[in-house]
Design a protein around this ligand. Structure first.
Ligand SMILES: *Cc1c(COP(=O)(O)O)cnc(C)c1O
Length: 341
């Protein structure tokens, strides 16, 4: 691996900028468990307002935000209805089952599901299928390569969920990317859900942190469970200050990541070893023909200085983030072409 490797494994690998570190160093802090941390309080207030929800809760990770939503909305024995390859189903280590006694059940496909898919699933309860205690959306759709879930379809799902009195959670780890790509406001995208989680440590470039947003009573209950889950922090304002900085400086720049992911797609789509899928946001996917083992391509790319991993068995993902500029993208294209061309 060369010294100046280009890291396209994930948007979580970005490092805090100098300006972000300075904001963290200056942060006003207090003990957040007593509600005393002014930076955490300000971040919770701003994110709640941005998402059009009455309250927000700062937590260490997106997984914890999601699992607090599961624990707060459901009862043991419930099912959670999510699309195929949802993060909550694939990348959260069975925590709905382990922490809340809740079974994740897939409907639709990796690009989402329709109100009709959900309606069918709820109808099956008549024949003894588990009760859907929580409906689950994800935007952007991570495993599907950061696709934006169309708002009209999410609105139809929300209406159906309301009709059946089922709560709806939106995993918005990359909702910022959906906002920038679609032009819809964060509040519009969040309006379909009773609760929403957003990550600060993906495209926004913070070292740590996510928020769970929703009604006052919901967030109060999640706050109590946050302590039980081990996520109550003390002078967390050091971390919240990074989030406040990112809200001001790192949202609009996601456009650059999206443009660069498109450039990767464009620069690599004629290679015969894969089928390049046109990206909508910051993730470019490359699908291998004949169910080929994607790591057989990733391993030599890593050797050549382009850090990447399979998205799934026969698929490679390249993820753009604030640590990757235009020059790095051109260099990555050149190195990838020289290994695989
Ligand atoms: C990253 C991510 C999360 C949360 O991940 P953490 O690593 O726990 O912060 C949740 N959902 C989606 C879709 C994600 O991409």
């Amino acid at each position: 691996m060369s010294a100046q490797a280009i890291d396209l494994r994930s948007d979580t690998v970005s490092k805090p900028t100098v300006a972000m570190r300075e904001a963290m160093a200056r942060a006003a802090v207090g003990d957040d468990c007593y509600g005393d941390d002014p930076s955490v309080n300000e971040l919770e207030r701003r994110v709640a307002q941005l998402l059009g929800k009455p309250a927000a809760l700062f937590v260490p990770s997106g997984t914890m935000a999601n699992q607090l939503a599961v624990a707060t909305h459901t009862r043991p024995g419930d099912a959670l209805a999510c699309m195929v390859e949802a993060h909550v189903q694939v990348h959260e280590d069975a925590s709905p089952a382990r922490l809340s006694g809740v079974q994740a059940m897939e409907i639709g496909d990796r690009h989402g599901f329709s109100a009709a898919d959900l309606d069918e699933r709820i109808s099956e309860e008549r024949w003894g299928w588990p009760r859907v205690g929580l409906v689950w959306l994800e935007n952007t759709l991570g495993l599907a390569g950061g696709r934006v879930w169309p708002l009209a379809q999410m609105q139809a799902i929300a209406e159906l969920a309301r009709t059946h009195a089922r709560p709806l959670h939106l995993d918005g780890a990359r909702l910022w990317n959906a906002h920038v790509a679609s032009g819809c406001s964060m509040a519009e995208l969040a309006s379909v859900a009773d609760s929403v989680s957003v990550c600060l440590s993906k495209g926004l470039g913070c070292p740590v942190g996510s928020l769970l947003c929703g009604e006052l009573e919901f967030v109060a209950r999640a706050r109590a469970s946050r302590h039980a889950f081990g996520g109550a922090l003390r002078q967390a304002g050091i971390l919240a200050a990074a989030g406040l900085h990112a809200l001001d400086h790192h949202v609009e720049r996601l456009r650059d990541d999206h443009r660069r992911a498109r450039r990767l797609w464009q620069g690599l789509s004629d290679l015969s070893c894969w089928r390049a899928i046109e990206p909508e946001t910051n993730i470019a996917l490359f699908e291998l023909p004949d169910r080929g083992d994607a790591d057989l391509l990733c391993a030599p790319l890593r050797e050549a200085g382009v850090l990447c991993y399979p998205n799934k068995y026969a698929e490679i993902r390249l993820v753009v983030h604030l640590g990757v500029d235009d020059n790095a993208i051109e260099q990555a294209i050149e190195w990838i072409r020289s290994v695989l061309g």
